[in-house]
Design a protein around this ligand. Structure first.
Ligand SMILES: [Zn+2]
Length: 333
């Protein structure tokens, strides 16, 4: 993906469609239009009016801003990027790639971080992120933002073929709130309530042919996240809570199978499983990729000791998987 040819442009368009804001994606029916806009607005070579370098987790991030009147200061955006990168560094034990470039494009008439897209190996940078940020964005919206963290998590996994985009999106969707909880940026009671509310979107519907062959919004984002949650629980169960998905995903980064590579999926899963001395991910992938796997979510929440009321989760510490639930959001060294 290093070149800037037709295949790259097609890839850019593809990623744009697959990695839109979840709320926009669910509206549906705009794919082709968005795809064309992506070709016109990719903006990689758009004139930069301000640049700020920051160091996070031993890596350097170059944050470039294009022209636009952001209501907040650029410094506020930079600090949000720093917080997101710190969350990702906390989860992975290091920032996944040595250098990254983030291009911030202000968008008139919008608020919040409207959309993000991440590519590997662009213009000498192992990772390149384009963030479209509403000019009307408020401090509260920025504080609650998940998009930047989600995009940065993408840097921690090899660029996979189209059929496995669900794994890229699933990992990003699953890890993002956990990373924020581990750094104190998000309350676990809010996080688990959101997870409980969202995971039902990941269940297979009639006609589902497995995650590799069912490229809907629900199966791509939440189906992938559901795979990650079940893998996390399975690893914790198999290792008496000594290991979790976090160890598997850290090993992928340590092995250098990050977004600037096209490490084959089989190798990625092997690296991940070796880290936990289990075959959880390879075994689950073999099944979930080709057939619909339904999860008894109410039963799972019960066993994890999660009870949601009024948008917040309460925890039952006597539940059989309570220790696994606590370990998932516990900050590691
Ligand atoms: Zn994504």
């Amino acid at each position: 993906m290093a070149g800037f040819g037709v295949s790259f442009l097609l890839d850019a368009a593809k990623r744009y469609v697959i990695d839109m804001d979840r709320r926009s994606f669910i509206a549906g029916g705009v794919g082709l239009v968005v795809c064309r806009r992506a070709l016109a607005q990719f903006g990689r070579h758009t004139a930069v009016v301000f640049t700020q370098m920051i160091e996070v987790g031993g890596s350097s991030l170059q944050i470039d801003f294009t022209q636009g009147e952001i209501r907040l200061t650029r410094a506020a955006i930079v600090e949000r990027v720093r917080a997101a990168a710190t969350a990702v560094t906390t989860y992975y034990g290091r920032f996944p790639v040595s250098r990254a470039r983030l291009l911030v494009i202000p968008v008139a008439g919008e608020d919040g971080v409207v959309q993000g897209t991440t590519w590997g190996d662009i213009d000498g940078f192992p990772a390149f992120l384009r963030l479209r940020v509403g000019e009307e964005t408020t401090a509260d919206e920025l504080r609650a933002d998940w998009v930047i963290t989600h995009e940065l998590v993408h840097t921690a996994l090899a660029d996979l073929p189209d059929d496995q985009h669900w794994l890229e999106e699933g990992i990003a969707s699953y890890v993002e709130p956990i990373a924020r909880v581990q750094t104190g940026q998000l309350d676990p009671a809010k996080m688990w309530a959101d997870v409980v509310a969202g995971m039902v979107n990941g269940e297979p519907e009639s006609g589902d042919r497995g995650l590799d062959h069912t490229h809907t919004w629900g199966r791509t984002y939440w189906g992938g996240a559901l795979f990650c949650l079940n893998a996390d629980i399975a690893i914790h169960t198999a290792t008496a809570n000594r290991k979790g998905l976090q160890d598997a995903l850290r090993a992928i980064v340590t092995a250098g199978a990050t977004i600037n590579t096209e490490t084959p999926l089989a190798r990625v899963l092997q690296i991940a499983d070796e880290a936990t001395k289990t075959d959880v991910l390879s075994t689950m992938y073999a099944k979930w990729s080709v057939m619909p796997v339904r999860v008894d979510l109410p039963g799972l929440w019960q066993r994890m000791g999660i009870h949601v009321a009024n948008g917040r989760a309460a925890f039952d510490e006597a539940a059989p998987l309570a220790a696994a639930r606590a370990a998932i959001t516990m900050r590691r060294g």
